[in-house]
Design a binder for this molecule. Structure first.
Ligand code: KG4
Ligand code: ZN
Length: 323
């Protein structure tokens, strides 16, 4: 019988992702997704208006093996990839422990993956894998970064947010408008019926290629104080979204000009936003299901990261903050 990876052709990678409120597992065959299972806990956290870390960890514990089993669907894999950080530490530890146990039991290598590298690697999947160099806007619930990507597996940070992440600004705005959690998709949907010019929400222009979204959130708060929110909800959502999208699109174009990059890519949950996609029509964006957290992107990043051979990974730790 052949041992792991003894066959020819691309190796199968099992990816596991539990950094926030999605429990996800995927099997990748080269750049081809064999399976991609995501179990979102968003509904569980909705009543609290945001992710409750302890609840997230407990649900990851319940879901991780069923989700992995569904993704595996009888496949035998050659390595196990897992998100090591950044994210919620308790949530990360569930995925990391499961990945270590599986890799150890199967005597396979383990590939610890950085979640942010994972988002970028969502661009390297079939059928149209992107080849660097490019400038990449990574906008999610936890991060807003402009990246200079010269080769797969690494990037240089050109700019980041000084306060809230773009997704966080969407989520907090949605909360002010009494919309559900997570708020980005809700605002996106409601904004389609509103007037983006109804309200002027200024977004601070900070020096360099950084972002700041705390001011626009405060502007929305003040606007909602003097209004019947119900009546103007769609206009508020459209104007608020427009302000965030304008800031993201302008800075991304500036980054491309400064670096001389001819190509722009957008990744992360906020890259699912329809107005952002329209504002950067030439940008490469993954399909919607690969913008939000998933494990296919983690397995994809594992192809360009260092594997730890069996059994040297048992002491590996998770990290909460970006390194
Ligand atoms: O990448 P992601 O799933 O998780 C993190 O790594 O944070 O991103 C989640 C974020 C949330 O803040 C959510 O509101 C936002 O992405 N998001 C959107 C849209 N869909 C998800 N923001 C704007 N428009 C959308 N359509
Ligand atoms: Zn993410």
């Amino acid at each position: 019988m052949e041992g792991p990876g003894a066959g020819t052709g691309p190796l199968l990678i099992l990816g596991i992702e539990t950094s926030c409120d999605e429990t996800a597992a995927a099997v990748l065959d080269g750049g081809k997704i064999r399976s991609n299972v995501v179990s979102s806990q968003a509904q569980l956290h909705a009543r609290f208006g945001g992710v409750v870390p302890e609840i997230a960890s407990r649900h990851h514990l319940e879901l991780v093996l069923p989700v992995v089993r569904e993704a595996l669907d009888g496949h035998e894999v050659d390595s196990v990839a897992v998100t090591q950080g950044p994210g919620l530490i308790g949530a990360l530890l569930v995925g990391l422990s499961a990945a270590k146990a599986l890799a150890w039991a199967w005597q396979l290598p383990l590939v610890p993956v950085d979640h942010l590298q994972g988002h970028v690697a969502s661009l390297y999947l079939d059928p149209d894998p992107l080849e660097p160099p490019f400038v990449c806007l990574l906008a999610s619930g936890g991060h807003t970064l402009l990246l200079d990507v010269q080769e797969r597996g690494s990037f240089a940070i050109l700019g980041s947010t000084l306060d809230d992440a773009a997704g966080e600004a969407f989520d907090k705005g949605a909360r002010l408008l009494g919309l559900g959690y997570p708020g980005g998709a809700e605002i996106d949907r409601l904004a389609r019926t509103g007037d983006p010019k109804a309200f002027e929400f200024p977004v601070a222009r900070v020096p360099g290629l950084d972002f700041s979204f705390s001011g626009v959130k405060t502007a929305l708060l003040y606007a909602t104080r003097d209004l019947d929110i119900e009546e103007r909800k769609a206009d508020l959502a459209a104007s608020y979204q427009n302000a965030i999208v304008r800031a993201l699109a302008e800075r991304t174009q500036e980054a491309a000009e400064r670096t001389g990059a001819d190509r722009i890519a957008i990744v992360g949950g906020v890259a699912a936003n329809s107005e952002l996609r329209a504002a950067l029509p030439d940008a490469v964006a993954p399909p919607l299901e690969l913008c939000i957290d998933n494990a296919a992107m983690i397995a994809s990043a594992a192809r360009y990261a260092d594997a730890v051979p069996y059994p040297g990974y048992l002491a590996l730790d998770a990290y909460a903050q970006a390194v």
